[in-house]
Design a protein around this ligand. Structure first.
Ligand code: SF4
Length: 259
């Protein structure tokens, strides 16, 4: 949830789910709204192929048209604890993560940085237990210094206009410039066509994103479409010096929950 004073100073607070304030008062401060937890391999980004526990939080501050996890936000204005998500304490999540016996955790969403206050003690304890933590974020919220300390890697995925989200909501200067300065952050763009590549170039210039930490990922939610776009995108990466990242979970399992 928000850190002290963040709500009042957030110009986008009116775009948050209507249940936001109610949620804050009804749930305990250290509880997390969990959409799902499962063991798989990371399918995207710099850690692709790494066996990982996935911790997926509920709620998102964006509404991307091609989102493959709409179940984390589509009903969020009317969401019900225990039905749309499970409220779990940090201790309960910690026990469950450790029970998998896997030393890499991917915290994803939704937008997990909406829950920094509850995440911080959990991630600190996991780090002390030797678990490396990766956070996937849409890049609209800045992590606190304490979060940066305990997180091994940020998988930042700023959205372009293909998301059909208003530019003022999806690109925020403060967080993007902070991630640019942070060597733990990698930038991943969902890419569909050459227009998207032009937008990536514009974002790199506008926010000083480090080109050597930019990755392009094909858009697509079935293996066939993804392979066609991957072949095109690999050529783009060769020409322009970006990294390519696959979307292994779609290639292996299709667009299914828990993979
Ligand atoms: S930011 Fe991520 S989780 Fe939220 S709508 Fe966009 S793709 Fe989905």
């Amino acid at each position: 949830m928000y850190l002290a004073g963040e709500w009042a100073s957030d110009p986008f607070r009116h775009n948050k789910p209507r249940c936001w304030r109610r949620e804050k008062t009804q749930r305990q401060e250290n509880e997390l709204p969990i959409a799902e937890m499962f063991l798989s391999v990371q399918g995207e980004g710099i850690n692709a192929g790494t066996p990982s526990v996935f911790l997926r939080t509920y709620f998102c501050n964006l509404t991307c048209s091609w989102c493959d996890t709409k179940y984390t936000w589509l009903n969020q204005d009317a969401s019900r604890s225990g039905i749309d998500y499970q409220p779990m304490t940090a201790d309960a999540v910690y026990e469950k993560v450790m029970a998998y016996g896997c030393k890499h955790l991917v915290v994803t969403g939704g937008e997990p940085l909406m829950h920094q206050r509850a995440l911080l003690p959990l991630l600190s304890a996991l780090k002390k237990a030797g678990v490396s933590v990766e956070v996937e974020t849409n890049g609209t919220l800045e992590p606190s210094a304490e979060m940066v300390e305990v997180v091994e890697c940020f998988n930042v995925s700023p959205k372009t206009s293909n998301s059909l989200v208003d530019a003022r909501l999806r690109t925020r200067r403060g967080p993007l410039e902070a991630f640019s300065r942070n060597r733990k952050a990698w930038f991943k763009f969902v890419t569909s066509d050459s227009h998207d590549i032009d937008e990536v170039e514009e974002l790199i210039s506008a926010y000083g994103l480090p080109r050597d930490r930019v990755m392009l990922m094909p858009e697509g939610i079935d293996a066939e479409a993804l392979l066609v776009k991957s072949r095109w995108l690999v050529d783009v990466c060769k020409e322009r010096g970006y990294r390519f990242t696959p979307r292994l979970q779609i290639l292996l399992y299709g667009n299914r929950r828990g993979t």
